[in-house]
Design a binder for this molecule. Structure first.
Ligand code: BG6
Length: 523
């Protein structure tokens, strides 16, 4: 494949690593007929291609049970690219060159010998595309197929480095999509199985939140600047609020959501990743292990939730019918694929304590939910108030409160950073106003932000696991939430649905903050 476009330099990546194209490889997508391939993976690969980050020696093999020819697959992917990734500049000639490396092979992962055809085909592709025997497997199937696929990879020796022109090929690698298990026990079992087939340094557990520019920027903000870190501790931080609010419902994924629920879908992975990035100590270097060591320590320091007082630390909710943007929407129990008496949570709020030197006594409030009033994901660090109220109510006016400084890292949709602070209102008297100093990514950098999948697939191709979850962190997060889930699943909530679509979740989530005198931010 030839590469036409110059490499676009993204200034936000500067200093983290030198940009380079991924290593030669064939990427094998198991579950290629599913949504993820067309919505995320192929658009990400095409964007990497036009921006010069794909190796020349590259091809894709899509595998699923569905019967399709290479041409059918290419045509479906072309349509999907235009439908789901309209912001990626489409160029028919470039697409054709890219698509000439897309192949499709029907596959039966649960049958012995189900990957023998693939093993043969990869040999042909290795010669045709010069992929050097490097195979990148992408598990994009329902989790029930993970174990059979791992068995088939082992059986067909596709997990092994093999002889290639007298030398051993450098690597097979595997990207595993969440959910990594459904509780601690199944997560450990999955890891054990993965480790019988691959070494830990070949396993890339993907959490797309870690590929978001704004999430990567948390470390840059904290550790590349001198002014924040001295304040980033119990002396100066009052509490931290992490909000993930979605206006969408379960979007036709009712059956999956009935199995998962919000805690498994969002908290175990994405939200706890954010907690660990905000809470971590500076790593000794930017190496994958140094960074992941620090993140993992944070998760291991989170105080287990006291199940005898669970309502003081964990709140669950489920949406009923309501209105989103003025339009009526059904409740969760009315969604296709959902049990009309379902007790599955679509909202979670947690009060967490990180029991270590830096964070002792500082609550971390985390909330995530579907069908909430607004689409926004952010991290708000609430600083302690000024120790002495020199400017009292007389200066702020009866309607104003003397608020704390709040640093907000806006993950989406209006990516940026803002700092709320007090300022003097112009005039002959001294009146205070709370204003925000805002930095907006779009306005500042004005270039298309790579999607999380672009960043993460590229990282896997260069063998950088920094932005992937490590087994110990996954297990630490299950250790925290599994007992809560068990308790919830053994006791019917009794009040579901307990929030209307288009609101900010159940009233109990506000009560969670009250003992500490805190309130959720108005977003
Ligand atoms: C996915 C969840 O992992 O993340 C979805 O399965 C959720 O339920 C999505 O909607 C949210 O991702 P983002 O990037 O839109 O915040």
């Amino acid at each position: 494949m030839s590469q036409q476009s110059p490499v676009l330099v993204n200034p936000l990546k500067e200093g983290i690593r030198i940009e380079r194209a991924g290593e030669p490889c064939a990427m094998i997508i198991f579950g290629a007929h599913g949504d993820l391939t067309k919505r995320k993976l192929i658009p990400a690969l095409y964007a990497l291609y036009i921006e010069g980050f794909l190796p020349r020696e590259f091809c894709v093999v899509g595998m699923s049970r569905t019967k399709m020819t290479d041409d059918d697959f290419r045509a479906a992917m072309r349509n999907a690219l235009q439908q789901f990734a309209p912001d990626i500049p489409f160029d028919a000639a470039k697409w054709d060159r890219f698509a000439s490396g897309l192949y499709y092979l029907p596959g039966y992962f649960d049958k012995p010998g189900g990957l023998d055809d693939l093993a043969e085909f990869l040999k042909t592709l290795e010669e045709r595309h010069g992929t050097a025997g490097n195979n990148l497997y992408y598990m994009s199937t329902p989790p029930s197929l993970y174990n059979p696929i791992l068995d088939r990879l082992l059986e067909s020796k596709l997990n092994q480095r093999h002889q290639q022109q007298g030398a051993l090929s450098p690597w097979p690698r595997i990207i595993v999509e969440k959910p990594f298990g459904r509780d601690l026990q199944t997560a450990v079992a999955l890891d054990e199985h993965l480790h019988t087939v691959f070494h830990e340094d070949q396993i890339f557990r993907i959490d797309h939140y870690l590929g978001k520019e704004t999430v990567q920027n948390i470390m840059v903000l904290r550790f590349a600047n001198g002014i924040f870190e001295p304040l980033w501790n119990r002396e100066h931080v009052d509490h931290v609020q992490i909000t993930n609010a979605e206006t969408i419902g379960v979007e036709g994924r009712g059956a999956y959501y009935e199995e998962a629920g919000n805690m498994r879908d969002m908290i175990q992975n994405h939200m706890l990743q954010l907690v660990s990035l905000v809470g971590m100590e500076p790593p000794i270097s930017l190496s994958a292990e140094a960074t992941r060591d620090e993140k993992s320590k944070v998760l291991r320091c989170i105080r287990p939730i006291d199940l005898s007082r669970i309502n003081e630390f964990a709140v669950r909710g489920q949406y009923g019918p309501g209105y989103i943007a003025g339009q009526p929407v059904p409740g969760y129990r009315q969604e296709p694929g959902v049990d009309p008496a379902s007790n599955r949570e679509t909202f979670t709020a947690l009060k967490l304590h990180i029991d270590n030197w830096r964070w002792a006594g500082v609550p971390f409030y985390v909330r995530s939910g579907k069908r909430l009033a607004k689409h926004v994901t952010e991290i708000a660090v609430h600083f302690k108030r000024a120790p002495h109220r020199l400017f009292n109510l007389a200066f702020t006016g009866a309607a104003e409160t003397i608020g704390p400084n709040v640093l907000v890292m806006k993950i989406q949709p209006d990516e940026g950073i803002s700092l709320k602070f007090a300022t003097k209102q112009p005039g002959t008297t001294t009146r205070l106003r709370w204003l925000s100093m805002d930095f907006n990514y779009g306005a500042a950098f004005g270039e298309r932000t790579p999607t999380a999948y672009e960043r993460l697939i590229h990282d896997c191709m260069i063998g950088d696991a920094t932005l992937f979850s490590r087994a110990d962190a996954v297990e630490a997060s299950w250790e925290l939430i599994s007992p809560v889930l068990e308790k919830w699943e053994s006791e019917a909530p009794g009040d579901f649905p307990n929030y209307a679509a288009g609101t900010w979740g159940p009233a109990e989530s506000d009560v969670l903050l009250q003992p500490d005198g805190d309130m959720w931010r108005t977003l």
